[in-house]
Design a protein around this ligand. Structure first.
Ligand code: NAD
Length: 356
C-alpha cells in the first residue's frame, strides 16, 4: 500500500492553475478548472480531482485535447440550447454551457441543454451545485465516449456502457441544496484508478475480470498486456444498467455525438451532457412554502433510526459538504503514485509541483 501526503487546497488550486496556463489555456479557463478539480477533492471525490490532470496532459500530448478548441453554439431557440464542446477542456466548456442555460431558465422558467462532445467535464454534481446556487432545479445525463466500454449491461460478461453519470439538484430556499450525483456503475472508474494507485482491492460485487468472473482486483478494469479488459458492474442491477443506456442515447446518441461503441477508440475521454433546468418558482412561487415543504420532509427522512448509530441517515449532498469541512481543515490527501504522476505532468510543462 502506498502512503499519503496532505495538501492545502489553495496550494493545489495554484498548482493546477499554473499547469493549465503553462500548457496554453487562458487564466479564466485555468481558474475554472482548478476550482472544479479541487472542489471534487474537497468533496471526497478524488476520482474527479487533481488526479485527473495527468490524464488531461496525456490527451494534450496526444494532440487530442487542444488549448485553442472552444465551445461553440449550434442553436439557441426558445428554451433549447445545443452547444458543441469541440473536445475542448471540459470544466470551463461545460460551465460555459450551463451558465448560458441558467440564463435561459431564469428568463423563461426552463432550459433544455445538449452539450455535445466536450473533453471530460468532471464531477457532474458540480453543475447541479452551480444551477442550485442560481435557484434552479437541474437534471443532467452524461455519456462517456472515446474510450472502450467499461460497464457491463445487466447479466452480461462484457462491457457495453461507459460509467454514464446522472446528477439531480434541488435548491432549498435559505438552505443547502439536495445534490444527487453518481455514476451508473456501482463504482466510478476513477475510484478503481484511485484503488489501483493506492495498491488496495475494491469491495466484492463491483467488478468482473475479462472472463466475466467476479474479482476485487482493480487492475482488471485497466488494459493489461495480453489480457481481455474486465468490466465494472452497473449499480442496482437492471435499473442502473437501464439508466446508463438511456444516458448514452439522451446525451449523445440522439444528436450523433461520440458514442461508446464508436471505433477506433481514441485516447481521450469525451462527455456529452443532456440537461434540463427548471425555475422552481414557476411551480410554487412562494419560496417560504417551498422551503417548509422540503425541510419538513427532510426532517422526517433524517429522523429514521440508523442501522449503525455512528452513521446518521444522510440526504444527497450531505456527505460531500461534511467532507469539505474536514478537508478544508485537515488538507486533501493524495497518494504518492497520484502525486508523482502530477509532478511528472507539471514538469513536462516547466512547472515545479513541489514548490507550491
Ligand atoms: P457515489 O457512489 O459516491 O455517490 C455519490 C452520491 O450519493 C452523492 O449525491 C452523495 O451525496 C450521495 N451519498 C453518498 N453517501 C450517502 C449516504 N450515506 N446517504 C445518502 N446519500 C449518500 O458517487 P460515484 O458513483 O462514485 O460518482 C463519483 C463522481 O464521479 C460523481 O461526481 C460523478 O458525477 C462523477 N463521474 C463523472 C464521470 C464523467 O465522465 N465525467 C463519469 C462517472 C462519474
Amino acid at each position: 500500500m502506498t502512503s499519503y501526503r496532505l495538501h492545502r487546497p489553495d496550494a493545489l488550486r495554484a498548482l493546477t492553475r499554473a499547469m493549465i496556463i503553462a500548457a496554453g489555456w487562458s487564466e479564466d479557463e485555468a481558474t475554472e478548472t482548478a476550482e472544479h478539480l479541487v472542489l471534487a477533492n474537497l468533496s471526497g471525490h478524488d476520482s474527479h480531482g487533481v488526479g485527473m490532470l495527468p490524464l488531461y496532459f496525456n490527451s494534450l500530448a496526444d494532440g487530442n485535447l487542444k488549448p485553442q478548441s472552444k465551445l461553440s453554439i449550434r442553436t439557441e431557440a426558445g428554451p433549447f440550447l445545443i452547444a458543441d464542446g469541440n473536445v475542448a477542456l471540459g470544466q470551463p466548456t461545460a460551465r460555459n454551457a450551463v451558465d448560458r442555460a441558467i440564463a435561459i431558465a431564469q428568463v423563461g422558467g426552463v432550459a433544455v441543454l445538449n452539450l455535445l462532445d466536450s473533453h471530460h467535464i468532471g464531477r457532474i454534481g458540480h453543475y447541479s451545485e452551480v444551477a442550485a446556487a442560481a435557484g434552479l432545479i437541474s437534471v443532467f445525463w452524461v455519456n462517456v465516449a472515446g474510450r472502450p466500454p467499461i460497464v457491463a449491461p445487466f447479466g452480461a460478461k462484457q462491457a457495453r456502457f461507459g460509467t454514464n453519470p446522472i446528477a439531480i439538484g434541488l435548491p432549498v430556499p435559505g438552505g443547502e441544496p439536495l445534490i444527487l450525483d453518481f455514476a451508473t456503475s456501482r463504482m466510478a472508474h476513477g475510484k478503481a484508478r484511485v484503488a489501483l494507485n493506492k495498491g488496495v482491492t475494491v469491495p466484492e460485487g463491483y467488478i468482473i475480470d475479462g472472463e466475466g468472473r467476479p474479482t476485487v482486483e482493480p487492475r482488471h478494469v485497466f488494459p493489461q498486456e495480453g489480457l481481455p479488459l474486465g468490466a465494472l458492474l452497473p449499480f442496482g442491477d437492471h435499473k442502473g444498467a437501464g439508466l446508463s443506456l438511456i444516458a448514452e442515447l439522451l446525451s449523445a446518441g440522439l444528436m450523433g455525438a461520440a458514442r461508446i461503441d464508436e471505433k477506433p477508440h481514441k485516447t481521450w475521454i469525451i462527455n456529452s451532457l443532456f440537461g434540463v433546468l427548471i425555475d422552481p418558482a414557476r411551480l410554487e412561487p412562494d419560496a417560504g412554502l417551498r422551503q417548509q415543504r422540503i425541510e419538513s420532509y427532510l426532517t422526517f427522512v433524517r429522523a429514521a433510526a440508523p442501522q449503525d448509530s455512528s452513521q446518521p441517515v444522510l440526504a444527497p449532498g450531505d456527505k460531500e459538504r461534511r467532507t469539505r469541512i474536514e478537508r478544508e481543515r485537515d488538507g486533501i490527501p493524495l497518494d504518492d503514485e497520484t502525486w508523482s504522476q502530477i509532478v511528472a505532468a507539471a514538469k513536462a510543462h516547466g512547472v515545479d509541483a513541489e514548490s507550491f
